[in-house]
Design a protein around this ligand. Structure first.
Ligand code: UD1
Ligand code: CA
Length: 456
């Protein structure tokens, strides 16, 4: 049996090149702070302990990371990566594997880490390296004549020949905590940067005869750190490309894989069609044959089979059953539930609205805090007046109700099955089954009306 895993996430650095008031690790990739990506990865590995080393913006970082499963360690001064790990170490038990991750390297793949950790034993250390065309700035991996790793030398301490080495340190490594606790107090800061380098433990391990077992990521972007907003944008694009490829592999057609953004968890059925510039946030589920038009925003919603969403619609917190049609230019707000074959047309806003099977709200309406039966027809310009400035009230429309255009339904009000509301009505009292309600001033026609004339 392998030892339990403890993950140490380094996140104390300032990130001055971001030019931001926000601590670097809180900048988002795919709608989620980079640090939270790393924490989620640590959790997915089944870590027994997760340790966050924070310094710059520590209060802010903790505030947006309310997770109770994280041990925070404060590194008041950033004296180097070795010093950072040492701050977390008192809370790391003996006899476990410690995996060091960076809070600003958000897209490391759990499978890569599983491979790395599997190389760790009491006699071996796991080191994640990568070969780069341009190794500038990174620590270089030094190997002996047998090809065994013997040390890491930082760029600023490297000789010209060492600088020519293209295999670099990703910063990610895994090692038994007992070794770490022995080595870290021995680190010195007599180097070009005056820092306590975590990387110096590689030479210590090699000197003690431990094997340095190297693993490499499948993609360079996995180990890409973010130091500025350009790198942040580049990782965002890479993440989105991977999401697009996943969706296509699961049976979705994307009009343009470069013009979709998934910031959350998107699940798709087969033969889903997604046009350009669609943004998904939170948890979204799309059934089979769902079609999403261009420029839509869909957040925390489920759309069942055969739902069509036309261009420029916004759907949030809604549950949509089979065969519904939405948009163009519709806005479904939280608490909207559409039963099968319902239709929500252009410039219609719904909120906390239960819309029955086959009902239609086709044009220019606001329907909020309402329950609609089946086959209700809501005419253009209908408004549920649900708010008196303090309280919200409910509107109920029974099955087969027909609401004429430009109707104001002043809640609380209920209209029973098969009733009809005349166009232009302001409905303030309940309407019984099959009744016609007309609530508007009668028309007067004035004979021979003289229109005003302009003076010459
Ligand atoms: C480090 C490695 C280098 C590697 C590179 C990969 C060392 C000495 N060097 O260099 O070999 O190629 O990462 O990107 O380890 N941090 C703290 N506290 C500190 C210092 C750093 O929390 O006192 C955190 C930073 O916030 C960052 C990470 O550790 O997340 C790496 O620090 P950084 O200064 O970027 O390390 P490099 O000098 O780039
Ligand atoms: Ca760095």
């Amino acid at each position: 049996m392998t030892a339990p895993l403890h993950v140490i996430i380094l996140a104390a650095g300032q990130g001055s090149r971001m030019k931001s008031r926000l601590p670097k690790v809180l900048h988002k990739v795919a709608g989620k702070p980079m640090l939270h990506h790393v924490i989620d990865t640590a959790r997915s590995l089944g870590a027994e302990g997760i340790h966050g080393v924070i310094g710059h913006g520590a209060e802010q970082v903790r505030a947006v990371t309310p997770a109770s499963d994280i041990h925070w360690a404060l590194q008041e001064q950033q004296l180097g990566t070795g010093h950072a790990v040492a701050q977390a170490l008192p809370a790391v038990p003996d006899g476990v594997i410690a995996l060091v991750l960076y809070g600003d390297v958000p897209l490391i793949n759990p499978e890569t880490l599983v491979a790395l950790v599997s190389r760790v034993s009491e006699r071996s250390l796991g080191l994640l390296t990568v070969d780069l065309d341009n190794p500038e700035g990174y620590g270089r991996i030094l190997r002996n004549d047998q090809g065994r790793v013997i040390a890491i030398v930082e760029q600023k301490d490297a000789s010209e020949s060492e600088k020519a080495i293209c295999e670099v340190n990703t910063g990610i490594l895994a090692v038994h905590s007992d070794h770490l606790k022995r080595w870290l107090p021995q680190l010195s800061n007599s180097n070009a940067q005056g820092e306590y380098y975590l990387t110096d433990i590689i030479a210590m391990a090699a000197d003690e005869g431990l094997a340095i077992e190297v693993a490499q990521p499948s993609h360079e972007q996995e180990v890409q750190g973010v130091n500025n907003r350009l790198q942040l944008a580049e990782l965002e694009r890479w993440f989105q490309r991977c999401e697009a490829e996943r969706l296509m592999s699961e049976g979705a057609t994307l009009a343009d894989p470069a013009r979709i953004d998934v910031r959350g968890e998107l699940t798709v059925g087969q033969d889903v069609l997604i046009d350009v510039n669609v943004v998904f946030e939170g948890r979204v589920t799309l059934g089979d044959n769902v079609s999403i038009g261009p420029n839509c925003m869909i957040r925390d919603a489920s759309l069942a089979d055969n739902v069509t969403v036309y261009a420029n619609s916004i759907i949030e917190g809604a549950e949509v059953a089979e065969d519904c049609q939405i948009g163009p230019f519709a806005r479904l707000r939280p608490g909207t539930r559409l039963a099968r074959t319902a239709k929500i047309g252009n410039f219609v806003e719904t909120k906390k609205a239960d819309v029955g099977e086959g009902s239609k709200i086709n044009h220019l309406s606001y329907v909020g805090d309402a329950t609609l039966g089946r086959r209700v027809n809501v005419g253009a310009g209908t408004i549920t007046c649900n708010y008196d400035g303090v309280n919200k009230f409910h509107t109920v429309l029974g099955d087969n109700v027909f609401v004429g255009s430009n109707t104001a339904l002043v809640a609380p009000v209920s209209v029973a099955d098969d009733a009809v509301i005349g166009a232009g009505s302001t409905i303030t009292s309940d309407v019984a089954e099959q009744d016609l309600a007309v609530a508007r001033a009668r028309q007067r026609n004035i004979k021979g009306w003289k229109r005003p004339e302009k003076k010459a």
